[in-house]
Design a binder for this molecule. Structure first.
Ligand code: DAH
Length: 337
């Protein structure tokens, strides 16, 4: 009966080859049954070992148990592989398809407004750019032509951060710093918007908070005019606030634009709030000194820039009269959007 022990190894090899080649989970279960199931070939061999003479039994038993353990390990390994394969998508993913509706939760109103603003600007060829919130004085002020004694740079208005070697560090007070970062990195033309968080040393009240969000815009090309600026702003505000929106420009001063304007807007909604015009944004034609600072030739390139607050837009849009509601995360408030 010595032949029986010799059968273990080839039988095991055949079973291993079968398990490894199983094309899917269903086939694997069948193969398992055919070898180590109640009526499997390997099980049958194990049963026959009982008929061996007493002195041969221990060695044969040991060999068959080791083989069984190996087969079970191979089975588990192949099963894990096939389960992983079964979980993978069978078709390539189409990233252009519209997303599924969220089944849980919803977007914060400020996120919704930001997404709407970005969507409108994308329609007319603006790309989204980003920059650091911990900024240096150079990018936040100097490169934007803001004089050293300007009140905005005061420690009463700006959060300064320890550190920085060449230029003091601070929490950016506006997203205008990203204009500089982008122009330093790429040659003109430029057409970007920058949604992002900014910080000012304001005490929180109904209309102020030490951190809020802005959207910056920058357009640089040859022959860009203030008429393009007005048309662009009008297009976007109409998209955001409705077709009856009217805007007007009032002369103003910013160190990084010349001429500079403040943008007011009005609509039926504004009238309902008991106002004629609401001040909504700052803007202007990029100052030649700013172009010099980033190495653009101001004799060749012209551009405009603007900046406005996202909270302010959301407050007008949804009729919210206290900015702090956005940050308190009271679900009774958030559920309304
Ligand atoms: N940075 C200004 C602020 O925070 C807004 C602003 C005004 C941005 C004029 C601009 C601009 O780009 O040209 O109030």
């Amino acid at each position: 009966m010595a032949g029986l022990t010799d059968e273990i190894e080839p039988l095991k090899q055949a079973a291993l080859a079968d398990l490894k080649a199983a094309p899917d989970l269903a086939a694997l279960e069948q193969i398992k049954g055919a070898w180590i199931g109640a009526h499997g070939k390997f099980t049958a061999l194990m049963k026959q070992l009982g008929t061996l003479p007493k002195e041969e039994k221990p060695a044969a038993g040991k060999a068959v148990n080791a083989a069984k353990i190996e087969l079970e390990a191979a089975l588990a390994e192949r099963r894990a592989q096939l389960e992983l394969e079964a979980a993978l998508p069978t078709e390539p993913t189409d990233f252009t398809l519209p997303g599924r509706r969220r089944t849980l939760g919803r977007l914060h109103p400020l996120t919704q407004v930001t997404e709407d603003i970005v969507r409108s600007f994308r329609k007319i060829g603006f790309a989204v750019a980003d920059g650091p919130e911990v900024e240096d004085e150079y990018h936040c002020f100097d490169a934007l032509n803001t004089p050293a004694d300007h009140p905005a740079r005061d420690t009463q208005d700006t959060f300064y951060v320890q550190g920085g070697t060449d230029s003091k560090l601070l929490l950016r007070t506006h997203t205008s710093s990203v204009q500089i970062r982008v122009m330093e990195k790429q040659p003109p033309p430029v057409r970007i918007i920058v949604p992002g968080r900014v910080y000012r040393r304001d005490n929180a009240d109904a209309t102020h908070n030490p951190t809020f969000q802005q959207v910056e815009g920058l357009y640089v090309d040859k022959g860009v005019t203030a008429a393009d600026l007005k048309g662009t702003v009008e297009f976007v505000f109409k998209e955001l606030m409705g077709d009856d929106v009217k805007i007007r420009f009032r002369p103003h001063y910013f160190s990084y634009t010349e001429p500079s304007f403040e943008i007011d807007f009005t609509s039926a909604m504004v009238k309902k709030m008991g106002k004629d015009w609401l001040e909504i944004a700052g803007c202007g034609m990029v100052h030649p000194q700013v172009f010099e600072n980033v190495g653009y030739d101001p004799e060749v390139w012209t551009g405009w820039a603007f900046g406005f607050g996202i909270e302010r837009i959301a407050m007008i849009r949804y009729g919210i009269n206290d900015i702090r509601l956005f940050y308190e995360n009271d679900v009774r408030f958030l559920r309304q959007f």
